[in-house]
Design a protein around this ligand. Sequence first.
Ligand code: NAD
Length: 263
Amino acid sequence: MNHSLQGRTALVTGSTSGIGHAIALAFAREGARVMLNGFGPPGQIAAARAEIAAIQGGETPYSDADLSKPEAVRKMCADATAALGQVDILVNNAGIQFTSPVEEFPEEKWDAILAINLSSNFHAIKALLPGMKARNWGRIVNIASAHGLVASPFKAAYVTAKHGVVGLTKTVAIEVARTGITCNAICPGFVRTPLAEAQVPPLARTHGVSEEVALTDYLLAKQPSKRWVEVEEVAGMAVYLCGPNSGAVNGSALSIDGGWTAA
Ligand code: NAD
């Protein structure tokens, strides 16, 4: 266990699996007290809470807030403030995906993706920023995507939302620039999570190739490294952004994408 976040408190949305889970775990290992949020089978949530509790001690606070609902986001923030005493670090990570040609894109999927991937970030920042300003310290990390910087076909809502997250990040960063608060976005390429890995077998079947070829030539076609980004690598960047040496990093959209957006 290291101590770069010793004494800090953190709310990580969508932390019952994937990237959010890895960030919550890394924060706890760095000494922060963490509150979890997200969906999943009760056993998975209990295991995630127990894993964090084993590091930070006590019960791990958890919110089952559905972030598609602004009122639920506000309640989650109030609950986090009550459970942790204050929220020093906010990681807006929860997100969903849906792919379709734009003219067939279901309106309810568009609304849900914009609400969860973008608007929930706004509502959580709005709710927690006053406390950060009062203490003159805070860290906001928004998990955007390479799709916050460049587009791919069939992902109209996701690309729109993630570009919006980068815009929101820059705006908030400028507003807090003279304080001890920073707001940054992390823009991962394809990260090895169960959700992303599940895309490989169908691609292999569709194109009649091995899963290895489906991964490198199709799923990771735009990722020059031809390997997954690992959740621990994203978590490491989040730890850096919330640690003692990152106060001058503000309003950045930091790529971690194996060279995707450099190409
Ligand atoms: P994941 O599906 O493993 O995790 C998503 C988390 O969000 C889960 O905890 C889920 O329960 C939660 N969630 C979903 N809808 C919610 C809602 N309405 N209310 C509350 N929680 C909700 O996905 P992941 O791959 O870990 O993605 C996490 C973030 O990283 C997302 O914002 C995603 O867009 C972004 N991202 C992922 C990748 C990738 O390749 N996996 C790449 C770039 C960006």
